[in-house]
Design a protein around this ligand. Structure first.
Ligand code: NDP
Length: 477
């Protein structure tokens, strides 16, 4: 009960302390998106559990989704070792878990961009996401999943010896401390985890905990007791990191119980004192709270700006668990899909409308070549059922697999044909391996296969097409 009341208080504090000026949403009219270069329905910034889960949900929602990975692809989970609280995985290495998520997203058709976002411009919609490499994406929806960065102590010597004995990543740097004495600062799960990561290399690890108790999970604390090489020093606050000019040689620690400062001779300092949310990109765009976290609108992943969503440690000031970030990523993508639906966007709409708008100006070819070069893709039978029941024109399914070179060869012809028949036919790609329920329904066992479904639901098929003419003849017949 006390805990419950305390958590309400924490939540209230975070709501009451909203700071940071935010902009207002520009007007959002779907038509203004058509013809824009690099137009992407969902742009995800960040590639940790929140970003990757958001990408999986976005793609499964049938829309083109890109992930701009940032400077630390995979995020903080890539720096942990064993993860033992991911449902369905008794124990899994953090980097492996991320690898699996990445793989799954990629197989679904999520596009990954190895670049960093430099700026977001929301003065008009679709929003402009500008990267360090100078690419501008026009985003219909943005999912901010930029995570958090390890905090620093702010004591003398920390900056001077950063990378020369001071680190916040044991899993990355432990090997440099073979047979050395090191300290880990912090009393949370990360501190204990870092101590264990250092264990195989170092001679000793001392945990410096500023209070007289630790906040790490009891199971982790129990495990500490089994390790003679690890000791815990309570009521211990670092005051200064000292060195010989080249590397760390010691740390000055204030012992609050004894009320005195001592100098410990050590070779390495590992910081595990929490994280700051990475919100520099959206500062001044969406509201942030007093600690810099993005403020969410009620129990959703919406920010105050329409079409901008956030998920994970960039907005979660309380739970900070990979599984929670993943859940929030899913919520954010669902919110983004609902937003796209609300403004009238459907996956099948993009090509037709884009071509229409351009052809109005007499430049249909150009329209297709820009943002809408890709054919929409169907990823499950349920999605197909929705499209069939809402379509007033025949639907052509182009079944392919990634290794099929003929499928790739035929694609430009299919795009061209769609362009020419924009009001008479809607073409969708289907990855026969991924959307196996769709392939199964039409008994597709070979690619390329074309399935034509007319407005009465009659189905015709061909897997002998090798040219645009062959495809046109098949449709005409
Ligand atoms: P926490 O915020 O949980 O812990 C930070 C620790 O650093 C606390 O002991 C805090 O002390 C101490 N601290 C903060 N500032 C200072 C300072 N200036 N000087 C000295 N000490 C300081 O952060 P973590 O990174 O450990 O964990 C964040 C979240 O991630 C948690 O929810 C945790 O459960 C989760 N996590 C989960 C893991 C897993 O499940 N495998 C692994 C790692 C983290 P005080 O207690 O006095 O505030």
């Amino acid at each position: 009960m006390v805990l419950f009341a305390a958590s309400i208080l924490i939540a209230k504090l975070h709501i009451d302390t909203k700071i940071g000026k935010a902009q207002t949403s520009p007007s959002i009219v779907l038509e203004s998106a058509f013809g824009k270069e690099n137009l992407i329905p969902i742009v995800i910034i960040g590639s940790g559990p929140a970003g990757l889960t958001g990408a999986i949900y976005g793609r499964r929602g049938g829309v083109r989704t890109i992930v701009i990975e940032g400077d630390e692809p995979g995020g903080l989970l890539t720096k942990t070792t064993d993860v033992e609280n991911w449902p369905g995985e008794r124990t899994i290495l953090g980097p492996n878990l991320i690898k699996k998520m990445h793989q799954q997203a990629k197989e679904l058709g999520v596009e990954f961009v190895a670049d960093l976002v430099e700026r977001i411009d929301i003065s008009s919609w679709p929003y402009r996401v500008i990267t360090q490499e100078g690419v501008t994406y026009h985003a219909m929806a943005i999912l901010v999943a930029t995570g958090a960065t390890p905090k620093k102590l702010g004591v003398p010597g920390e900056e001077k010896y950063w990378g020369r004995g001071v680190s916040s990543c044991a899993v990355c740097d432990a090997a440099f401390f073979k047979d050395k004495h090191v300290v880990v600062v912090g009393g949370g799960d990360s501190a204990v985890e870092q101590a264990f990561q250092l264990l195989p290399y170092v001679k000793s690890v001392k945990l410096l905990v500023r209070k007289d108790s630790m906040r790490a999970a009891q199971t982790l604390q129990d495990r500490l007791k089994e390790q003679p090489k690890i000791t815990v020093s309570y009521a211990s606050q670092p005051r200064e990191i000292v060195g010989d000019g080249k590397a760390v040689t010691g740390i000055k620690v204030y012992d609050a119980k004894a009320a005195k400062e001592t100098l410990l001779a050590i070779d390495g300092v590992f910081l595990a004192i929490g994280h700051d949310p990475n919100t520099a990109l959206v500062k001044g765009i969406v509201p942030l709270d007093a600690s810099g976290y993005i403020v969410m609108e009620g129990r959703t992943q919406h920010t105050k700006i329409e079409g901008i969503f956030a998920a994970g440690e960039v907005e979660d000031y309380r739970y900070k668990q990979a599984i929670v970030s993943a859940g929030r990523g899913a919520q954010a993508a669902l919110d983004a899909l609902a937003f796209l639906g609300d403004i009238g966007y459907t996956p099948g709409l993009e090509l037709t409308k884009a071509a229409k708008k351009k052809s109005h100006k007499g430049g249909a070819q150009e329209g297709i070549k820009s943002a809408f070069i890709e054919l929409p893709e169907i990823i499950c039978a349920k999605e197909l059922d929705n499209l069939i029941s809402n379509s007033k024109i025949p639907i052509l399914l182009d079944f392919y697999t990634k290794p099929c070179s003929l499928c790739k060869q035929l694609l430009p012809a299919v795009v061209e044909l769609q362009q020419e028949m924009q009001d008479k036919l809607c073409v969708y790609k289907v990855d026969a391996e991924l959307a196996d329920d769709v392939a199964c329904r039409f008994n597709v066992r070979k690619v390329p296969t074309f399935i034509l479904i007319d407005t009465k639901g009659n189905v015709s098929r061909s897997h002998a097409i090798t040219s645009k003419k062959g495809l046109a003849d098949f449709i005409a017949a």
